[in-house]
Write a protein that binds this ligand. Structure first.
Ligand SMILES: O=C([C@H](O)CO)[C@H](O)[C@H](O)COP(=O)(O)O
Length: 416
């Protein structure tokens, strides 16, 4: 994030009622202490938190941040006690408060108690962005840490309206929200929502979502380009196109290995599939269809989420009328016969991607991506982050700037 964008986003968030502005570590690494100076200058009345993530030379780095205009400076809870104590002395000397970040602390409750005894002002219960993608949340620790310490308690790490409210109910004094505000396409509205839930935490009934439901919901909300970006451009199937427009399909794979001119196993898979599954077929012939209208209707009746074929389909008009998402390499008039070769639920290769039963298959008008089952939650969360970042970029482009201006493309190209 560039400093001018950070200032603009902070202005929109302030309009929505936020009290404090946290300058994140990536911005500080990119812009140095100027990030703090600029935010201080633009927001003379607001509390400025500098997420310095201090690991050593506590006194020196607190002094740097304090002189640049920070009110609160962040030290790593995992730093040595000598660093924490020296940072604390500098904080007292320069009239700022010291916040200790419990990110990646092996025994967070025990360390919080120790930091409290040392005298840090605020303890930040924090799950980092990468940890959040694996399903970790800071909220479950709040009550225990808050009840065993006297310091103020901050909470950070993927908080939204629900989890911010739960944190306050569990004893948090400060709620730090990053992505769910700064990546929104309406930062002011997103800030207002968080403000409302923090001020009235009892109104937000947080339910713990079922993991599979959550994965399905996140993949339904995101696009295959979002998912491909989240996987560092991996996972996209080659040459496989949607046979319908405005199509969206999400589900775990049931796989079919079959051969040119043989449609027996593809049709048997319909009976073996569970509701919500996606049938993924390797057939390898662009000329003889192992799938058509009758199989599509049969799948619709069984509640199957969609079909992906590395091969051809026929009866395209019927498939369109039925409306079940079908993806294939081509459409042709002729089918094969049921011969019975091949296998259901084998490891297959489809569109150049390995697919095993249970892997998540997501299809839309852009094509199809496969996400390994063991990474489904993490990738779904990362795809959502990609989408949020893009929403904000879309908003800034709508306001009249070009994409390369916004992302300062030249500055971030690889330097020789
Ligand atoms: O501290 C943060 C992170 O480690 C990068 O510096 C974030 O500011 C903090 O996690 C809040 O952001 P979200 O997790 O996106 O709410």
């Amino acid at each position: 994030m560039e400093i001018d964008r950070a200032v603009q986003i902070a202005k929109e968030a302030v309009k929505g009622g936020i009290d404090w502005i946290e300058i994140g570590t990536p911005l500080i690494k990119s812009e140095g202490m100027d990030a703090i100076r600029t935010l201080r200058k633009n927001f003379p009345e607001h509390t400025i938190v500098a997420d310095m993530k201090i690991a050593d030379t506590g006194s020196l780095e607190v002094e740097m941040a304090a002189k640049a205009g920070a009110d609160i400076v962040m030290v790593m809870a995992t730093a040595d006690d000598s660093t924490i104590k020296d940072a604390l002395l500098a904080a007292q000397k320069y009239g700022v408060r010291l916040m200790a970040d419990l990110i990646s602390t092996p025994k967070p409750v025990q360390r919080a108690v120790e930091l409290d005894r040392i005298g840090v002002d605020i303890i930040n219960i924090h799950m980092g962005i990468d940890q959040q993608m694996t399903g970790k949340t800071p909220v479950d620790l709040v009550f225990e840490v808050a009840s065993k310490t006297r310091a103020d308690i901050a909470v950070a790490g993927g908080l939204d309206e629900q989890t911010a409210a739960r944190s306050v109910e569990a004893g948090a004094d400060i709620v730090i929200v990053g992505g769910n505000i700064i990546r929104s396409d309406n930062v002011t509205e997103a800030s207002k929502k968080i403000r409302r839930s923090v001020d009235n935490p009892q109104l937000k009934q947080a339910k713990t979502p079922d993991m599979d439901e959550e994965i399905h919901k996140l993949f339904m909300e995101t696009s295959t380009p979002n998912i491909s970006d989240a996987m560092h451009r991996q996972g996209a199937m080659k040459n496989i196109k949607p046979m319908l427009n405005d199509t969206k399909m999400v589900g775990p794979a049931i796989t079919v290995q079959t051969f040119e001119g043989d449609w027996a196993k593809t049709v048997e898979a319909i009976d073996e599939a569970k509701e919500g599954d996606v049938i993924v077929i390797y057939n390898a012939s662009p000329h003889i269809a192992p799938w058509g209208g009758l199989a599509t209707l049969s799948s619709l009746n069984r509640g199957i989420a969609g079909i992906v074929i590395d091969g051809a389909v026929r009866d395209i008009e019927e498939i369109r009328k039925i409306g079940l998402p079908v993806f294939a390499t081509s459409n042709v008039p002729n089918a094969g016969d049921p011969k019975g070769f091949g296998e259901v639920n084998a490891l297959i290769n489809c569109g150049g991607q390995k697919v095993k039963p249970g892997d998540y298959i997501i299809g839309d008008d852009n094509g199809v991506v496969v996400v390994p089952a063991e990474r489904a939650y993490e990738i779904a969360r990362r795809a959502k982050e990609v989408q949020k970042t893009e929403e904000r970029l879309f908003d800034e482009i709508r306001r009249g700037r070009t994409l390369s201006e916004i992302i300062k493309l030249k500055k971030w190209e690889k330097q020789k």
